[in-house]
Design a protein around this ligand. Structure first.
Ligand SMILES: Nc1ncnc2c1ncn2[C@@H]1O[C@H](COP(=O)(O)OP(=O)(O)OP(=O)(O)O)[C@@H](O)[C@H]1O
Length: 224
């Protein structure tokens, strides 16, 4: 990889110590180049959410390194980790997580406001995701597919380097899911962000450039 990876994991180990201890990730390595779109599939309980939480700096590995834009996450304090996440990462979730009291336009503006950036590009982004005419609507007036369009627009408006998508089409019917996956890919391409799509669905994963299967033995490349 000639450019510095936007995301790099090296020998990441993560265990949980509940009623019984369980090592979920056992020495994971992953590098994602700027602009690359990678899907991670894997069976329920194998550790996909655990992996995403580590990538987002929301949890810490027992050992090993996670770097975002070259910055070692474990070297950052909580405030620095929040700032890195806010500025450089966008999130899309299965449950949308749009704020119900804000309009579509205000939801999309949030990352700009949080980063102290000007309100530029919101209208163009809403056109790009097909929501220009619904800018003043509240989320309760939207369909599931429309809500996911809002969250894609919100995840990319501040031009993050990395987008993390956790089962983004899990709540959508197959036809809407297909449209949303196509939109996600085209918006990633348009903004130049790298993407990590975590999904159960091989059909969804096949829209990415590279598909990795998370297994108890690590990440294994599979043909898209
Ligand atoms: N906070 C926690 N404490 C203890 N065990 C946990 C915790 N979070 C996850 N686990 C366990 O770690 C394993 C991996 O969970 P994780 O949620 O990462 O899997 P997943 O691949 O995302 O699953 P799914 O596809 O069903 O969402 C599971 O066995 C789960 O029970």
């Amino acid at each position: 990889m000639s450019q510095q990876p936007v995301l790099q994991m090296q020998q990441v180990i993560k265990s949980y110590h509940g009623a019984r201890s369980q090592q979920v990730l056992r020495g994971l390595d992953l590098a994602v180049a700027p602009g690359e779109y990678v899907a991670v599939i894997g069976e329920s309980g194998v550790g996909k959410s655990t992996l995403l939480n580590l990538l987002a700096g929301l949890d810490q590995p027992d050992s090993g390194e996670v770097r975002v834009k070259g910055q070692l996450l474990s070297a950052l304090n909580d405030n620095e980790a929040t700032l890195l996440r806010r500025r450089h990462i966008g999130f899309v979730f299965q449950a949308f997580h749009v704020l119900p009291q804000l309009s579509v336009w205000q939801n999309v503006r949030l990352p700009l406001a949080l980063n102290g950036l000007p309100d530029d590009g919101i209208d163009a982004m809403l056109v790009a995701v097909g929501l220009a005419e619904k800018a003043q609507r509240k989320p309760r007036e939207l369909s599931g597919g429309e809500m996911q369009r809002v969250s894609i627009a919100r995840a990319l408006i501040h031009q993050p380097d990395l987008l993390l998508a956790d089962e983004p089409t899990g709540n959508l019917d197959p036809e809407t899911a297909r449209t949303i996956l196509d939109l996600l890919k085209s918006r990633l391409r348009a903004t130049g962000a790298a993407g990590i799509l975590v999904t159960h669905s091989m059909l969804a994963a096949a829209t990415a450039d590279r598909v990795l299967k998370l297994t108890p033995d690590g990440l294994i490349a599979v043909a898209p």
